[in-house]
Design a protein around this ligand. Structure first.
Ligand code: PRP
Ligand code: MN
Ligand code: MG
Length: 181
């Protein structure tokens, strides 16, 4: 298969920078949940990388569960419709839930997800997102743990895809627009 690097214009964060920031978030989460059992809820597919790294950077116990939702399909713009593909495996009633996301872009996905999860009566519900775009400010998503606020360009890597690819790029980079134009 073709090399990934040739399709990228600017590297915004290197793997080292991401790892360091994930470590800081993990310390914050360990501290905030010191007297609680936290359930990390990863949003497939994008959150696989941050989930894997974040939970291993934590020093305290956690559990994991997964939901799958999709709103981008094969394009670069949110479809505006959140497709619900896979539910959690277990009940979250009275659990301390921390949703783990790769990115908040329009905020539509989390907006839908948070109202869905709230209706199940968790003891608490917070969000950790590795990246957040300025557009997310418009949707009023209360995100307690943010890795980096990033510019509005279409970015890939560290779980973020274009048409299913580039998730395995280990940093975060701007995708050359010629790839999707
Ligand atoms: C991406 C990303 C977030 C969401 C953020 O998921 O992983 O879940 O979009 O965008 P939003 O804030 O505009 O809703 P996507 O729908 O591409 O599915 P995927 O995780 O399987 O790639
Ligand atoms: Mn996603
Ligand atoms: Mg995607």
């Amino acid at each position: 298969a073709d090399a990934i690097a040739g399709d990228l214009t600017t590297v915004l964060y290197t793997p080292d920078q991401i790892r360091e920031r994930v470590g800081e978030l993990a310390r914050d989460i360990d501290r905030d949940y010191a007297d609680k059992d936290v359930l990390l809820v990863g949003v497939l597919n994008g959150a696989v990388m941050v989930m894997a790294d974040l939970c291993r950077a934590m020093q305290s116990h956690c559990e994991m569960d997964w939901m799958a939702v999709s709103s981008y399909g094969s394009g670069t713009k949110s479809s505006g419709v959140v497709r619900f593909l896979k539910d959690l495996s277990a009940d979250i009633h009275d659990r301390h839930v921390l949703v783990v996301e790769d990115i908040i872009d329009t905020g539509l996905t989390l907006n839908w997800l948070l109202s869905n999860l709230t209706s199940r009566g968790p003891a608490s519900l917070e969000v950790a997102a590795m990246f957040r775009k300025p557009d997310a400010m418009q949707t009023d998503i209360d995100c307690k743990y943010v890795g980096f606020d990033i510019p509005g360009e279409f970015v890939v890597g560290y779980g973020l895809d274009f048409d299913g690819k580039y998730r395995n790029y280990d940093g975060l980079a701007i995708l050359d627009p010629r790839v999707y134009n």
